[in-house]
Write a protein that binds this ligand. Structure first.
Ligand code: NAP
Ligand code: SF4
Length: 680
């Protein structure tokens, strides 16, 4: 077989004995929220089928509980009866029709279950749950093992090609394995070998029940990142136990949910935990899968070339682009819509019990609401061409004014639907607010989104006119005008706000001011936090792993070390008028990371204040207790939100306003990109 010129290892088939996977890319397990939706199975069938058509080597579903007690939250999906198996059949049929393979993940949440019925090896409440679990009786443990076995058999009946047993992220199996969460004195507790009996029995009995030709993958917690977690010898030993008990593949798990170290957020370097899987290579004979923050084929290929693993798992990147593997195979990697690791529309939605989507690809999990994605084919341009014939936009002349996320999205969508599009941008480059976002430490991924849009717009022949200020005359000849003129930063309205040391975040992020050592930041929304990060990141010189206290030698229990982070050389104080905790509006799954980072860097936060004035002495602020505080500063950086920007000399009888120009309140990239799209 011919080698792929750029990704020879990624496209090398993986022989599992009874079956061969076509490539080394696993679409990892991800809860989408469709599992619990009305008509969710059909939507999931469409969602997974598109990823199978995109050539994922193997797909793993979101976690499905083997019984009632193990669901992550009320109404969570289960595979415990033939009725359940029948409901899953459309999924496996749809994936197989596209030539794909799919395994079902069996996940028992244990003490992480967000219900009062939760169970665990011992009655020890987790720090991230409201509910104290009931300790399973010995018979309860037996019943749970049988539930796993029944679930695997039902998964096979539903047409799945295998199962993944979720043994990581701090769920039930992890709780049995780790001494701190398993205080049992019966045969399921005690020394390490006894604590491992639970996963061992699950795997061995499933293997016995399903026979040799059914894939069993074990998700092994290789780095717990919690105090008292497994040490490396135990990880290695459990991998060997899993192999002997019948696992065909071992997948990597990094960090329990209660760990306070980022494991998948955008500041984690690409493939930043691959060293963990690499350390296990050679300890077992079954293929190992590495994971966490892989989002492009080049990093996956590099990990395989470095001998870090036999296969690479990506989950969120398949939300961002269902066709990412196929695009890599067709040597069209520049057409990949890259996951930027923001969590904003995927995990943050799921944690709010909403259906997941993707900031850079709002079609994800909402495939039926938008026109179908166009499959990339060798003779086509990227994933772009192939607009829907007969659409009302076909043949229309459309002007899009503004080349930020909303404008780029609107131009791309209209060109896809057959319009002839001209995109006007007043700056010398496309990107709008993303050009600033990519300057924030750990947010360089935003440049990938700009690259994706630019490439697709070029493929579709969108006429891009940079450094061009559009006005009514310029757009008069068009059938439709999309106003995506964005936002302007809100100015601070206090005496002295016109002094030279008062600057906007735009001045700071665009490098127009040399910011001094003593800084006041006015406003503590997403941008206030980003600017504080930008101004203090000098304290992270130690690199990601060391600054967060990950023991890269894996010599300590749970892989935890001392965070090597020092206070910033800059003295930064953030101010907000609202009382209470800062950063309430930050992402559900990432807000804590921003708060922890700034705290460790010594950034101070003052809430419930009101602003008085700025003079030669500094920034005068009335504190919550009514006292006046004078903050001697070199700069006051204003991050006080935005206002819509709507040029008065730009009108058209058929104008549509999108993004921040329409409404700046609560605007983020997710809404901007979605605003540009056209629902079918
Ligand atoms: P924002 O989240 O609305 O925050 C604006 C801040 O300015 C608030 O802290 C507000 O606090 C303050 N403010 C409002 N009016 C003011 C006034 N007249 N004078 C002084 N202060 C005032 O807006 P943003 O920070 O510009 O962010 C824009 C959008 O991008 C948001 O939706 C945000 O979520 C998103 N974003 C998110 C992230 C992230 O999650 N990491 C990063 C960047 C941007 P008080 O009114 O209490 O003073
Ligand atoms: Fe990736 Fe963000 Fe999309 Fe989630 S929302 S899949 S993290 S780009």
């Amino acid at each position: 077989m011919e080698q792929h010129p750029a990704y020879p290892r990624l496209f090398e088939p993986l022989d599992l004995g009874f079956t061969t996977l076509p490539n080394r890319v696993l679409m990892g397990s991800m809860h989408t929220g469709l599992e619990e939706e009305k008509g969710g199975m059909e939507k999931m069938a469409r969602f997974y089928a598109e990823r199978a058509a995109g050539e994922a080597g193997l797909i793993v579903t979101g976690g499905i509980s083997p019984n009632f007690e193990g669901v992550v939250a009320w109404g969570g999906s289960r595979m415990s009866s033939r009725r359940h198996a029948k409901r899953h059949k459309p999924i496996t049929d749809a994936v197989h029709a596209e030539g794909g393979r799919i395994a079902m993940q069996i996940l028992h949440a244990g003490r992480y279950a967000y219900t009062p019925l939760c169970v665990a090896p011992s009655a020890l409440q987790s720090p991230i749950s409201r509910f104290k679990p009931r300790a399973l009786t010995s018979r309860g443990v037996e019943r749970t093992i049988l539930a796993f076995v029944r679930s695997a058999l039902l998964a096979r009946e539903a047409g799945y090609d295998g199962v993944e047993i979720m043994g990581s992220e701090g769920y039930l199996i992890n709780q049995f394995v780790v001494a701190d969460t398993n205080l049992r004195t019966d045969k399921w507790g005690g020394d390490f070998e006894r604590r491992c009996r639970f996963p061992e029995e699950i795997l061995a009995r499933i293997r016995e029940a399903v026979g040799p030709d059914f894939m069993i993958m074990y998700r092994l917690s290789m780095l717990d990142l919690v105090a008292g977690g497994s040490n490396w010898e135990e990880v290695q030993r459990l991998a060997q136990i899993a192999e002997s008990a019948g696992a065909n593949l071992i997948n990597t798990g990094i960090g329990w949910h209660e760990a306070r170290i980022p494991t998948i957020a955008t500041m984690v370097p690409r493939g930043g935990f691959r060293f963990v899987t690499k350390k296990l290579m050679g300890s077992v004979n079954v293929p190992l899968i590495t994971t966490n923050r892989f989002n492009d084929p080049a990093t996956c290929e590099q990990a395989l070339a470095e001998g870090c693993a036999d296969m690479v798992s990506m989950a969120r990147p398949f939300l961002a682009d269902p066709y990412l593997v196929k695009k890599a195979r067709l040597s069209r990697s520049e057409d990949i819509n890259t996951c930027i690791g923001c969590n904003q529309a995927c995990l943050d939605h799921v944690f709010k019990q909403k259906v997941a989507s993707c900031l850079v690809n709002p079609r994800a999990c909402h495939e039926s609401e938008f026109g179908a994605s166009v499959r990339p084919e060798p003779q086509q341009d990227g994933n772009a061409r192939g607009g829907q014939s007969g659409h009302q936009l076909q043949g229309k002349r459309v002007a899009v004014v503004g080349g930020g996320p909303a404008g780029m999205s609107a131009a791309l969508e209209r060109a896809r639907l057959g319009a002839s599009v001209v995109l006007f941008e007043s700056q010398a480059e496309l990107g709008g607010q993303f050009l600033m976002a990519q300057k924030i430490p750990g947010k360089t991924e935003f440049q990938e989104t700009i690259r994706y849009f630019k490439t697709q717009l070029e493929h579709l022949g969108v006429d891009i006119r940079l450094s061009t200020q559009a006005d009514s005359d310029l757009v008069a000849e068009f059938d439709e005008v999309v106003l995506a003129t964005g936002v302007r930063p809100r100015a601070l309205d206090v005496p002295g706000a016109d002094r030279p040391e008062v600057v906007s975040y735009v001045d700071v992020l665009q490098g127009r001011v040399e910011v001094g050592r003593r800084v006041a930041i006015v406003g503590a929304g997403g941008i206030g936090f980003d600017v504080a990060d930008f101004l203090t990141h000098d304290s992270d010189d130690a690199g990601f792993l060391s600054s967060w206290g990950v023991d890269s030698h894996l010599s300590s229990r749970g892989g935890l070390g001392e965070p090597q982070r020092k206070s910033s050389l800059r003295e930064v104080v953030m101010y907000q008028r609202q009382s209470g905790k800062m950063g309430k509006g930050l992402g559900k799954t990432t807000g804590w990371i921003h708060r922890t980072t700034l705290k460790q860097r010594g950034v101070k936060q003052m809430t419930g204040v009101s602003y008085s004035h700025i003079d030669d002495q500094g920034f005068h602020v009335v504190l919550e207790d009514g006292t006046m505080h004078v903050h001697a500063v070199d700069h006051v950086v204003v991050c006080a939100g935005q206002l819509p920007h709507r040029p008065t000399d730009l009108t058209h009888p058929n104008a549509v306003v999108v993004g921040g120009a329409r409404d700046a309140r609560g605007l983020d990239a997710q809404r901007a990109i979605l605003d540009g799209m056209v629902k079918s």
